[in-house]
Write a protein that binds this ligand. Structure first.
Ligand SMILES: [Zn+2]
Length: 263
């Protein structure tokens, strides 16, 4: 026996000390654990429950949609994605340094999604959008030079109601002569564009293209295409997955896509 008391007492003291330090470090976050996600929250447990339920549902749906169900099954145990729900919008903005219009964000390296209590847009739009980015990045990694429209296309494609909405609006854009060519879409860096309408059209076209590719070629071919990109094939070479016999697969994809919009 030592001077500082019995081993049992010491264990108890250390246990409480550790618990106290952990809670200090986590800023008193409570949490709910699912199979692939842990939701951290401070109040409103019901909302946190709904977030967890939806996150697990989206996870299964997205992996299936994109053909990744065999590849993305490793978000388990300590690899679970963390979702942080702040009690309100201003706390969220203050803690994450996001712009005031932001309703949520994701840290792809840390595998965390952050939003705030009561955001409807979070449940139907941001949550599936950010989960898709995370699943996609898990598969293709961060090194490859993949056109941004593919990444943003699939992420929006998984938002509730987006596919139907885009289908209608693309026809209008086509007849108004407002579409950006697929070549330009692939080459421009959209983050450097200030023309708001152009940015808007860019994002809509991204969804429409993914919608077309998925319907025309299916998830198995899409995974094959992503694998090419992940392994470093230039975009134009990876397109050969869809059109192996065609000399100019970019033009072919553009032509078929336009026909799909017109239908
Ligand atoms: Zn995005």
């Amino acid at each position: 026996m030592s001077k500082s008391g019995s081993p049992l007492l010491r264990k108890i003291v250390i246990f409480f000390l550790l618990t106290f330090l952990t809670s200090l470090h986590a800023g008193n976050w409570l949490n709910l654990k699912g199979t692939h996600f842990i939701v951290f929250f401070k109040e409103n447990k019901e909302f946190a429950k709904e977030v967890l339920r939806k996150a697990e549902y989206y996870y299964r749906r997205i992996a299936l949609d994109l053909g990744y169900e065999r590849y993305s099954n490793f978000w388990l145990w300590d690899k679970r994605v963390k979702i942080f729900i702040y009690p309100n919008h201003s706390l969220f903005v203050k803690s994450t340094h996001q712009p005031v219009w932001s309703k949520g964000m994701a840290d792809y390296q840390k595998k965390a999604i952050v939003s705030f209590y009561g955001s409807k847009k979070f449940l139907t739009t941001i949550l599936p959008h950010e989960i898709t980015h995370l699943i996609f990045r898990d598969y293709v990694g961060f090194k490859s030079n993949i056109p941004l429209w593919i990444d943003e296309g699939i992420a929006q494609w998984e938002e509730e109601g987006k596919r139907e909405f885009v289908k209608k609006i693309m026809k209008i854009l086509l007849y108004k002569g407002k579409l950006i060519s697929l070549k330009e879409l692939t080459e421009i860096d959209i983050r450097s564009i200030n023309d708001e309408e152009k940015v808007h059209i860019y994002y809509l076209e991204a969804v429409s293209l993914i919608d077309f590719i998925m319907k025309r070629f299916g998830a198995v071919k899409f995974v094959e295409f992503c694998r090419e990109l992940r392994d470093g094939s230039p975009f134009l070479d990876a397109l050969k997955v869809f059109y192996p016999q065609i000399d100019n697969p970019l033009t072919k994809l553009q032509d078929e896509w336009i026909k799909y919009i017109e239908r």
